[in-house]
Design a protein around this ligand. Structure first.
Ligand SMILES: Cc1cc2nc3c(=O)[nH]c(=O)nc-3n(C[C@H](O)[C@H](O)[C@H](O)COP(=O)(O)OP(=O)(O)OC[C@H]3O[C@@H](n4cnc5c(N)ncnc54)[C@H](O)[C@@H]3O)c2cc1C
Length: 403
């Protein structure tokens, strides 16, 4: 076998996993169907654990140097009231950051290459290869110059919420949410005091300062149409919704018209962005209910959205991906060869991931349902904050420096 590990998908989960394994000397092939530096459908807020990971991996200076503004405060707007929380520096995190995906994903991909991984963009995995015992032994890849098989005793699915790897191995769904929210986002040149989150009746939104002097504005509300699909057939609708989410309806605005017309925006946020031109176009995503899938089996493992998807209202998917990249890399390095020892190590990864992810999924579910009032939402956010504090503790408890 030429490769020790093949990683399918080369964004936050995949490129980070490839980087960590390559840094430890493994022969890693990472296959990503999109081009290097391409955008994806996502806003940008990293939580403390995500920034902690970038800091441990020596990448935070590059993020700051790229002009991503440091975030020292988080402002919570509940109707017309606002509460400001100042970030307490500690454990390598002096500020939060919200880099554009065009920058962050490319940074991780390039760092993986610098660490010795082979990262191929424009390479699409079309199916998995299996051994006589059914274990995954590699992938079939379509590249510009044709179709070829690549072999490795472990294939990591970091291929997002519509994961081909998860589908082909039949990864069991272990937790399934029902709440579905619609998200609309775009960029304006408005200063923000840090991350600013807005909550009002039936909707939420936020301001996220990002690269190039721009602020990402997002609005979220219950997605009635997707919810109706979800109650008909949750799994199928997750796939259909995901397709829509990945494509992203792109709304154009005639000159002079309000780009946010028809988007439920908290009134306080609507006031902030009123009259401001949107740079580029608004992106609209249809909701996908949260889920948690089994994380590993014979010859395969899942990381990032492929294994656990949560509604963007959590602003936590990238942070989870960066966290789990390290948990998975450590599990693989603890038992690099196929066999019982690796199965045990991957089972331990799954347990660690579930212990940290389930509370976040459960805290996100009612938030994404938008059936709360302004008192209730504060309690829900405290639940999410507690889950994130546990996550930081778990990462800090990992021995020594990052892999
Ligand atoms: C509207 C929206 C807003 C969001 N806002 C935030 C936020 O503010 N903060 C946050 O932390 N998270 C946010 N998220 C969630 C975040 O985008 C995801 O959690 C994150 O992208 C997961 O990273 P990943 O690497 O697991 O998957 P992805 O980023 O989806 O990457 C998977 C990659 O796999 C590739 N791939 C798939 N199949 C194949 C194949 N067969 N062969 C080769 N390559 C393949 C895809 O091209 C893709 O590039 C948001 C999501 C959405 C939809």
């Amino acid at each position: 076998m030429r490769w020790d590990v093949i990683v399918v998908g080369g964004r936050v989960a995949g490129a980070a996993t490839a980087m960590l394994l390559a840094r430890a000397g493994m022969r890693v092939l990472c296959l990503e169907r999109t081009r290097l530096g391409s955008d994806t459908l996502s806003t940008h807020a990293l939580m403390r654990a995500g920034v902690l990971q970038l800091s441990r991996w020596g990448l935070l200076d590059a993020v700051a140097a790229a002009g991503v503004p440091p975030v020292h405060r988080v402002v919570f707007h509940y109707g017309g009231d606002a509460t400001t929380v100042t970030l307490r520096p500690g454990a390598g995190v002096e500020a939060l950051y919200a880099p554009r995906r065009t920058f962050l994903d490319a940074l991780l991909s390039r760092t993986a290459v610098a660490a010795g991984a082979r990262v191929e963009h424009g390479a699409t995995v079309t199916s998995l290869l299996r051994g006589a015992d059914g274990a995954v032994t590699g992938v079939r890849v379509r590249r510009r110059d044709g179709v070829r098989d690549e072999h490795a005793p472990l294939v990591v699915g970091a291929d997002g919420l519509r994961s081909l790897v998860a589908a082909e191995v039949g990864a069991a769904v272990r937790w399934q949410g029902r709440a579905v929210a619609r998200c609309t986002y775009g960029y304006v040149a408005v200063p923000a005091a840090g991350y600013e989150w807005y909550y009002d009746e039936g909707c939420g939104g936020g301001l996220i300062p990002t690269n190039d002097g721009l602020t990402c504005v997002f609005a979220a509300s219950a997605d009635a149409a997707a919810a109706a699909d979800a109650s008909a057939d949750t799994d199928a609708s997750a796939d259909a919704g995901a397709a829509t989410a990945r494509r992203g309806a792109r709304a154009g605005t005639p000159p002079g018209a309000d780009p946010w017309a028809g988007t439920p925006l908290p009134p306080a946020l609507a006031d902030r962005v009123a009259g401001l031109p949107v740079v580029g176009r608004l992106r609209v995503t249809r909701g996908v209910p949260g889920f948690l899938r089994s994380a590993a089996g014979p010859g395969w493992a899942l990381v990032g959205d492929a294994g656990a998807w949560k509604d963007p209202i959590s602003t936590h998917g990238m942070t989870d991906a960066l966290r789990d990249a390290e948990l998975l890399a450590r599990a693989v390095l603890a038992a690099p060869g196929p066999g019982a020892e690796q199965r045990e190590s991957l089972a331990a990864y799954e347990m660690a991931r579930d212990r940290l992810t389930l509370p976040i999924l459960e805290a996100t579910e009612p938030l994404a349902g938008f059936r709360w009032d302004l008192q209730e939402v504060q309690g829900l956010l405290r639940g999410l904050a507690a889950a994130m504090a546990d996550e930081i503790d778990a990462l800090l408890a990992l021995d020594g420096a990052a892999v």
